[in-house]
Design a protein around this ligand. Structure first.
Ligand code: R5P
Length: 280
């Protein structure tokens, strides 16, 4: 992925190619394939792999298996976007605790896990290796400096910790809305006056999935007189007709944890710093 190359450049580290198809077009039944194209014995290796969409999870499991067998000295797993984080609790009896299941399997035989913009930092305890959440807000702050923004908004309680940090990094005031999720596609806001009339506002969130959250927040901002609405999120999934919903925003930006047409800033410096800081 682009972030892995960017990270190698930032760290002046060797980038090892991985082949994901045994022959052009891959296996006829769609099964994934992985081959590491260089020796790793005795090296300090970082595997950078995101978990969306689902076939990437299979690729990552295969990649970790291949890398471990090549006997690196140290193996750091960087998961820029940790999927299944929103099923971090058992809401109904018998449900899989998806975040834990994924965390346990991915961290097997790994020395350290680094991830970003978790749905809830408590997920870190599910990993079977030391795990850290790296903040992506310095990257958001750098991006905001390239735009004319004078107010930040957290579109729900989960985004407050991100908006607060982005506000410190960018030196802008911030506020938050209180969201109730009705179902996977529908959210509702509690009425709240925001000091946004005539202002240029950036909505700060960890994740855009269906776009429902930020689209409704953007409508609320417009209704309260905001003159420009930008969205800066760490992870952009843009599921279904997300882009149609997001037409209410003046600009949508996300990081390179998941590459998309909205990718406008990189979190490579943040992960590079974290990898360097944990080297023994
Ligand atoms: C919620 O906890 C997250 O921070 C996001 O606000 C949410 O997951 C976004 O989902 P959607 O784009 O489907 O509203």
């Amino acid at each position: 992925m682009g972030l892995a190359r960017e990270l190698a450049i930032t760290m002046a580290a060797e980038f090892v190619e991985v082949a994901y198809e045994k022959h052009p077009g891959g296996f006829p039944d769609g099964e994934r394939y992985v081959r590491v194209m260089d020796a790793l014995a005795g090296e300090s290796v970082s595997v950078i792999a995101t978990t969306h969409p689902d076939p990437k999870i299979v690729e990552l499991l295969l990649l970790l298996d291949a890398v471990r067998d090549l006997r690196p000295r140290r193996l750091t797993l960087v998961i820029p976007y940790f999927g299944y984080g929103r099923q971090d609790k058992r809401f109904e009896t018998g449900e899989a605790l998806s975040a834990r299941a994924l965390a346990r399997h991915l961290s097997e035989g790994v020395d350290e896990v680094l991830t970003m913009g978790l749905h809830d930092p408590d997920i870190l305890k599910f990993f079977d290796a030391p795990a850290r959440e790296v903040s992506g807000m310095p990257a958001v702050g750098r991006f905001l400096k390239t735009r004319d923004v004078d107010f930040l908004l957290a579109p729900d309680g989960g985004a407050v910790r991100h908006a607060k940090e982005a506000a410190v990094v960018s030196g802008k005031p911030w506020d938050a809305l209180e969201k109730t999720r009705i179902d996977s596609y529908t959210v509702r806001y509690e009425p709240k006056r925001l000091d946004v009339r005539g202002r240029r506002v950036a909505i700060i969130d960890d994740l855009i999935s269906t776009g429902g959250t930020v689209a409704l927040a953007a409508k609320e901002l417009r209704a309260q007189g905001a003159k420009h609405v930008l969205v800066a999120a760490l992870h952009g999934l843009f599921v279904g007709n997300a882009w149609d919903k997001l037409a209410v925003c003046d600009e949508v930006a996300s990081s390179d944890t998941i590459p998309s047409r909205a990718t406008k800033f990189s979190v490579a410096p943040e992960f590079a710093g974290a990898i360097k800081s944990s080297r023994p």
